[in-house]
Design a protein around this ligand. Structure first.
Ligand SMILES: [Zn+2]
Length: 305
């Protein structure tokens, strides 16, 4: 099956006006310069200012440079009464992610990492884009900003009142940080669920979202499998070269392998612990992939009935 977005990205990377941005052999200074030329050509200084976070690594793509990707975003937005945001793709392959933000009354921007285009199916990518457009449709960044500003003012007043009453700096700080961060911690996961709901219910791509989160989980399983295979293979190579290595090297290499295993196991347990806290308490912004798969499946089952 031809994956249109991958094909389009491959074409963009060899086009005369953009090839210097994406070619790994280009000196970073030239790559940055060509990226800036491309972005300044499309956006005014005010338009760039309200989309500042997108510009560090993002390249604007348009109906001319990536017609299929831009066309999908544009059609989706028109269908759901959202002003089409500026579409950026990352100039490097770095991370497997996408994000969207609409600041004040601007149309905002959607940032899609190359890695996401390269490693997902078209249907998965469209589901992620729909989720991001959901954030724009529900104006999540402005709501967050408004909430943060109002809680900042409220927390200053409350902390000042507490300080005047008790004279304790500790009470002042505790009051300040509680009032400051609590509301945003409480709404975090709601925004993600709302954006998922937009992709499932309004756009009708629950199956793409399920595929994407299953893909995320499979990536983790594969990475762990690759690590275990590398450990087993290294152990085998050490055994095969037993007779050719002197005792000092042999002990040292076996200790190295043991340390790699211990280090990996510790990091993995700590990461899993952090992820559990992030996904299952109000501290983290995102629900777990399993919870998001379950919600999308639940939606699909109710839709069929
Ligand atoms: Zn999101």
């Amino acid at each position: 099956m031809v994956e249109l977005y991958k094909q389009e990205l491959a074409t963009l990377k060899v086009k005369a006006e953009t090839k210097y941005i994406f070619n790994k052999k280009t000196e970073p200074c030239f790559a940055a310069l060509h990226k800036d030329i491309q972005n300044c050509k499309e956006l005014s200084i005010v338009q760039r200012l309200v989309r500042y976070p997108f510009l560090t690594d993002g390249v604007v793509v348009t109906a001319e440079t990536m017609p299929v990707l831009y066309g999908y975003v544009d059609a989706l937005c028109k269908e759901h009464n959202v002003a089409t945001p500026v579409v950026f793709i990352s100039s490097r392959k770095s991370i497997f992610n996408a994000f969207a933000a609409k600041l004040f009354a601007s149309t905002g921007g959607i940032f899609i990492c190359q890695k996401l285009i390269l490693e997902t199916s078209d249907r998965e990518l469209e589901a992620v884009i729909a989720h991001e457009i959901g954030h724009i449709k529900h104006d999540h960044v402005n709501k967050h900003l408004l909430l943060n500003m109002s809680t900042w003012i409220a927390s200053c007043l409350m902390a000042d009142h507490a300080f005047k009453k008790t004279g304790s700096k500790a009470v002042f700080l505790a009051q300040f940080f509680t009032a400051m961060y609590l509301p945003s911690l409480l709404i975090n996961k709601r925004f993600e669920k709302q954006a998922d709901e937009f992709a499932c219910k309004e756009v009708g791509n629950a199956s793409g979202l399920i595929e994407f989160f299953e893909h995320l989980e499979a990536k983790e399983v594969n990475a762990e499998q690759e690590h275990q295979e590398a450990c087993q293979y290294t152990h085998k190579v050490l055994g095969e070269n037993n007779a050719k290595l002197n005792i000092v090297h042999l002990i040292s290499f076996n200790v190295d392998l043991y340390m790699i295993k211990i280090n990996h196991s510790l990091t993995r347990n700590l990461t899993n612990f952090y992820k559990w806290i992030y996904h299952n308490t109000f501290i983290g912004a995102h629900p777990s992939p399993q919870a998001r798969i379950a919600a999308a499946k639940k939606y699909l089952s109710t839709e069929v009935v």
